[in-house]
Design a binder for this molecule. Structure first.
Ligand code: MOS
Length: 746
């Protein structure tokens, strides 16, 4: 494994001779996607005529299946099998061998008569066509023994407990500090359930090749999905080949697998033919994870000059009864601002709802919606500019752990953003600026999101035609993984992008952590860089050792790579010529990355500052986002285009969290009321005006050998608060109950 120092000595990426690293490179798989020819999991062509599976969801929130009648469904045209808990093939009990809540644990489908949430898959029909399966699924008769369900979060806050194994974090004495503070701010915000609404629903195409189960499925992490399915089926891990080549959005909701995977695999085995199973849009809303609702209490104690003496963010949220997932909306507050007395923590209410789970910037996306508005309110109370208030509370080291920041350019983000946005033209008095029927306002907020590096492997192969193939069990959830891996390969080996092929999304490839937690590009990319460096060394040695090479007898360490050439002083030949002659079978090299031993000595995050201009119609209460600007510091940027897309996508999601998105529980059934994209409001083009994301030059050499950090979630942190602050500045109404719909402004 090459170290940072090895790499710095040669550093092809710093030299940038291939001219692709950091550039706005088009998507590697873009043409396939825009021409509709990228085979997503459900569209993969199986080796034989498939059967189509359809799941039936429970119509109660809690209870038991008292009776089952599948006779009519079984007799329907084209039906090949109908399963309920009574006749589904044996599977391992939930969570065996590995930790019960691990995503790699067993997840048996239709496992018992027990119903724990509305929409839980309770029956399964496979037929020759999707239409036949859909029709027969309606003929499955289930009788329920209903039990009282608890589904109302806000009515059950008193039942909240500590998340398992987690206590509050206190530094200094918050209560004393707060009560002694000359200026005290205390307010509570609420945020609703959000659904992921990926364009591509969860879906699987499965078949068996002898004892091997081959599954194409839509999932963010390859290895846990492969291991979980093997565990469930009771077969060896190597007897499952899991592929996930193209993914139409993940956002955290596909960080785990669902019953489509298990049922497709089981049915393919039972029928001896391929089976396709997809969630309907309605099932996506009712039977996959969601971002849970929160109640957040912020207390800030400050001196008259704005310096915080006490700060607290306490979050109440919910998960399913058997679950432990916690929307950690308070975590980011532990390092954002200085204050000697601090209290943060979470309370968890168990509800009879589907499992809560991670969604893009889990914690920060919801938590900044309170604290970053509280800072706005405090600034107004103190007569300070909101940027100045934040600068006065800028910590020199992590305010809780005392660890140095690996790199923190929050202040620069705010200052550069203010200048680009024209913040100095802001009128701090709300309701003063008019543009026709609109009241116009501006707002800002800070953004923060942790940065992580996970272990990854990668392999590179060069063939006699000079083509470099990158192989890695990584995923691309629409974020740009294919493209950044191609860029790293091209830059490392000095070849044009057209000479690089990327193969990802296959459990047979070297393992990588997958896509989540905005750790993907840095983790997978660092392993790719290592593989590329090792391939360089192998090629250099091949050249200097080959009597037929013009580089023969030279110093391998001095060999350079550019324009598809291996070169030494004035001597050069193409990589293709060298490999064709000296290694006609091709040459491979492996790479690997692990977190550095001192990784935890640093407080390491990505940062940003959001600036938003909105118009509010005082007659209708309608809010229009006119301009959004985000300035971000997130390490070295590999691809200016895909990174910008990630950041602007996150910012738009932030606007949606402020103004549009949210689901509610129908207390009669324990179901979510919005169950399709007509009812679940997400912004369309017309809802969002100008959006720009600027990335500061930054290389965080504490992050990984490339100095790269993540951008996939950062844009979704703080953006909603900037919108809410702009709404207040426009019309003078503070809404602390998201989303800020027109009714709340009137
Ligand atoms: Mo993510 S929400 O960590 O996939």
């Amino acid at each position: 494994m090459s170290s940072v120092r090895d790499w710095e000595a040669t550093n092809p990426i710093k030299e940038g001779r291939a001219g692709v690293f950091g550039k706005a490179v088009d998507r590697y798989e873009g043409p396939l996607k825009v021409t509709g020819t990228a085979p997503y999991a459900y569209e993969v062509e199986p080796p034989a005529q498939p059967a189509y599976g359809v799941m039936v969801g429970a119509e109660i929130a809690r209870g038991r299946i008292a009776d089952v009648d599948t006779a009519e469904a079984e007799a329907a045209p084209g039906v090949r099998l109908v399963w309920t808990h009574r006749n589904v093939p044996a599977q391992a009990p939930r969570g065996t061998r590995v930790h019960p809540r691990s995503t790699a644990g067993s997840k048996p489908a239709l496992e018992s008569d027990r119903i724990v949430h509305f929409g839980q898959p309770v029956a399964f029909v496979a037929a020759d066509t999707l239409e036949q399966a859909t029709a027969a699924a309606r003929l499955v008769r289930l009788a329920y023994a209903e039990e009282p369900a608890v589904t109302d979060f806000s009515a059950n806050l008193d039942a909240a407990g500590d998340p398992p194994g987690e206590g509050d974090v206190q530094v200094g004495d918050f209560e004393a500090g707060f009560s002694a503070a000359p200026v005290q701010f205390d307010a509570t915000w609420t945020t609703p359930v959000q659904n992921h609404c990926q364009m591509e629903p969860c879906a699987t195409t499965a078949w068996w090749e002898g004892g091997t189960c081959v599954v194409h499925t839509s999932v963010q992490m390859v290895k846990p999905a492969q291991h979980g399915l093997a565990e469930t089926l009771g077969i060896g891990r190597d007897d499952v080949r899991l592929l996930t080549r193209y993914i139409g959005g993940g956002f955290g909701g596909k960080g785990q697998t669902y019953d489509d995977l298990t049922l497709a695999a089981l049915a393919a085995r039972a029928l001896g033919r391929p089976v396709k199973v997809a969630f309907t849009r309605r099932q996506m809303m009712q039977a996959t994870v969601h971002r849970p609702a929160t109640v957040q209490r912020v207390r800030l104690g400050a001196q008259a000059d704005g310096r915080l003496t006490a700060m607290s963010l306490m979050t109440w949220t919910h998960c399913d009864r058997d679950g432990a997932f916690t929307e950690r909306a308070s975590n980011f507050a532990r390092s954002l601002y200085a204050a000697p007395n601090r209290l943060t923590g979470h309370r968890l209410v168990k509800l009879d709802l589907p499992a809560a789970g991670p969604m893009r910037a889990p914690g920060e996306a919801s938590g900044t919606l309170s604290l970053e508005c509280a800072m706005d309110e405090l600034a107004e109370r103190l007569g300070l500019d909101p940027i100045e208030l934040r600068i006065r509370n800028e910590p020199q080291a992590d305010p809780e752990t005392g660890r140095p920041f690996s790199m923190r350019q929050l202040v620069r983000c705010m200052r550069e953003g203010a200048q680009l946005f024209g913040w100095d033209r802001r009128n701090p008095v709300p309701g003063q600026v008019r543009d026709g029927r609109w009241l116009v306002g501006v707002g800002m907020a800070a953004a923060i999101r942790g940065n992580f590096l996970l272990p990854a492997k990668c392999s590179f192969q060069v063939d006699a035609d000079g083509v470099i193939t990158v192989r890695q069990g990584m995923t691309d959830i629409g974020t740009g993984t294919y493209t950044v891996l191609a860029q790293i390969a091209a830059e490392t080996l000095g070849v044009p992008l057209a000479s690089v092929r990327v193969e990802i999304g296959d459990s047979e490839l070297p393992p990588a952590p997958g896509s989540g937690g905005q750790f993907g590009a840095a983790s997978a990319g660092s392993a790719a860089l290592d593989a590329g460096m090792n391939l360089r060394r192998a090629l250099a040695e091949l050249a200097v050792g080959d009597p037929a090479s013009p580089l023969h007898g030279g110093d391998a360490a001095a060999v350079t790579f550019h324009d598809g050439l291996v070169a030494l002083e004035n001597r050069a030949e193409t990589i293709a010529a060298l490999v064709a002659r000296a290694a006609p079978q091709g040459l491979t090299a492996d790479g690997e990355i692990r977190p550095a031993a001192d990784a935890r000595e640093w407080s390491q995050h990505t940062y940003g500052a959001h600036f938003v201009e909105v118009g509010v119609d005082p007659v209708t209460g309608e809010t229009r986002v006119r301009r959004m600007l985000g300035v971000f510091a997130a390490g070295r940027i590999i691809n200016a285009k895909t990174a910008r897309s990630q950041l602007t996508g996150g910012m738009i999601w932030g606007a949606a969290s402020a103004l549009h998105e949210g689901n509610a529980v129908d207390a009669r059934y324990g179901s979510f009321i919005a169950q399709d994209l007509a009812q679940y409001v997400i912004p369309v083009q017309a809802d969002i005006g100008e959006v720009e994301a600027i990335m500061l030059d930054e290389v965080d050499d504490k992050a990984n050998p490339m100095g790269v950090k993540g951008v996939g979630e950062l844009g979704n942190s703080g953006a909603g608060a900037a919108v809410a602050n702009a709404v207040y500045n426009a019309c003078g109404v503070r809404v602390r109950d998201y989303p800020i719909t027109p009714d709340k402004l009137l």
